[in-house]
Design a protein around this ligand. Structure first.
Ligand code: BGP
Length: 490
């Protein structure tokens, strides 16, 4: 099977999961620096009764692996070489907002942070890899959250504009693909990290900061992020006409299947998809806040205040392409909720999707789901799609000869690519495929090293020890072959 000419082949990582150097060269903490896994209910911040503010307070008994991560900050040249060795013509990572504006609210950027990305981007270009840059991959500066309440505060829009203007100007002519907020549609489930929002005025229970974030604040954050997304498109058009801005949503939950043909399950599944995915996609791609969102606002009395000029801005500045992650599917049954961990509810396993990734993660493996998702997204938005994350996390150790035989990873990739190809035959325009975590990084969900996605193994473990040495797994050569043959070897 052959993929389109000029198909973008590569891999994706995020600054907070690979760079480490969390306080180096002027950087201040971002939100993931106080988390051991984004799903943690217990972030390293504490309420101070005197100042009536949250402050960073790390738990000495926890290993915050992202602080050192895989030390990409100092090893990016060697790592990027390994990536280009597989024939990548493109590579995705994020700029950590806090390296450029350490607290988020400064007037002038941190030159040292910019210098790091100058060289990283230059290195990618020299190696023939198109940089795909996420502007915020769960990386809101912590200060903006503890001091301002994060995205529920409209001041964030101005701080964001300053940040994106700075990097658009700096990387004009070098970066062609910008992604705005990574998987921001997770924000209703994960407000602190995915939405960068926290209720700081009289929180209900300060010992439970995440649980104390109000619906009102979440929807305010939603609205401000929609405005910021539109500003990003507008600023990019003004600053660099040759660059494009895309949104980035997690679309595993677009494959939320009704458990059976009970009409309540069919509509329930559809509504779950709307309130997990389309509620952002419809604004970013179609330029309007949908009616089903306004219904939630009415029924829960949590409508944000909207300004006419901002609604107009949203309408006029929709994204150029739609990028997304896809890992697994779920089922919806109204009597038990949803399966998978998309909605955090335990539900019924899909009897037709029998495979799962190994314990303890057990993510359903459903390659056919990616074709379904791509068709739905393309029919709805008529925009080029860009798969910027797909992959499988496995607990892997070197064998006696120092090798890792990861056949299952290649099976997973090939099966998914077969259905990506089917979607392309269906008429879907697809810009490229980026494998998630081509080098082992810290897991976003659990904060551990044990969940490895890489073609390249990194010697680092959950307790933080390890030499950080890199080793190629068997999949390295196989993924290389897929790229070399533009998919023919599958
Ligand atoms: C996505 C994130 C990534 C990434 C991936 C795998 O949700 O955008 O940052 O890590 O999932 O998830 P995990 O690391 O939890 O296995």
């Amino acid at each position: 099977m052959s993929f389109p000419k000029n198909f973008l082949w590569g891999g994706a990582v995020a600054a907070n999961q690979c760079e480490g150097a969390w306080l180096e060269d002027g950087k201040e903490p971002n939100v993931t620096d106080v988390m051991v896994g984004i799903g943690s209910k217990d972030p390293g911040i504490k309420w101070n009764e005197e100042t009536k503010k949250y402050e960073m307070c790390l738990d000495p008994n926890k290993a915050y692996l992202s602080h050192e991560a895989i030390d990409f900050y100092h090893r990016y040249k060697e790592d990027l070489k390994l990536m280009s060795g597989m024939g990548f013509n493109c590579f995705r990572t994020s700029i950590a907002w806090g390296r450029i504006f350490p607290n988020g609210d400064e007037e002038t950027p941190n030159e040292k942070g910019l210098a790091f990305y100058d060289d990283m981007i230059e290195t990618m270009l020299e190696l023939g890899m198109e940089p795909v840059i996420t502007l915020s991959h769960y990386e809101t500066p912590l200060h903006l959250i503890t001091e301002y309440g994060g995205w529920s505060n409209r001041k964030l829009i101005d701080f964001w504009k300053r940040y994106v203007t700075t990097v658009f100007k700096r990387y004009k002519g070098k970066v062609k693909y910008w992604l705005t907020f990574n998987e921001v549609n997770n924000m209703m489930i994960n407000p602190l990290v995915a939405g960068g929002v926290l209720t700081i005025d009289n929180p209900k229970d300060p010992s439970d900061p995440i649980g104390s974030t109000t619906e009102k604040d979440k929807w305010l954050a939603y609205y401000n992020i929609c405005v910021a997304n539109a500003w990003t498109v507008k600023l990019c058009r003004e600053i660099d006409k040759d660059a494009q801005v895309g949104c980035m949503l997690t679309c595993s939950s677009v494959a939320t299947y009704p458990y059976d043909c009970n009409p309540d399950n069919v509509f329930g599944a559809y509504n779950t998809v709307r309130l997990n995915n389309f509620y952002f996609g419809d604004v970013f791609c179609l330029g309007e806040i949908p009616g089903y969102v306004k219904r939630v606002w009415r029924e829960h009395d949590c409508a944000p205040e909207m300004r006419e000029d901002e609604l107009q801005l949203i309408k006029e500045n929709t994204v150029a392409f739609f990028s997304f992650s896809y890992y697994r599917s779920s089922t919806y049954d109204q009597s038990v909720g949803m399966d998978g961990n998309t909605g955090g509810l335990k539900g019924r396993a899909n009897p037709f999707v029998k495979e799962c990734s190994p314990e303890p993660w057990c993510w359903p493996v459903d390659p056919k789901g990616i074709r379904y998702v791509m068709n739905i997204l393309y029919d709805r938005y008529h925009l080029p799609l860009f798969i910027v994350e797909n992959g499988i996390g496995l607990d892997e150790n070197l064998d006696e000869t120092g090798h890792i035989h990861d056949e299952y990873r290649m099976y997973y990739i090939k099966e998914h690519l077969k259905y990506v190809h089917e979607a392309i035959l269906d008429g879907v325009e697809c810009m490229g495929y980026l494998y998630w975590g081509p080098i082992d990084v810290v897991s976003a969900g659990t904060g551990e090293m044990k969940k490895r996605y890489g073609f390249v193994y990194v010697d680092r473990f959950n307790d933080g020890h390890g030499t950080l040495e890199r080793k190629l797994k068997d999949s390295y050569e196989e993924y290389k072959e897929i790229i070399e043959t533009n998919g023919d070897s599958i």
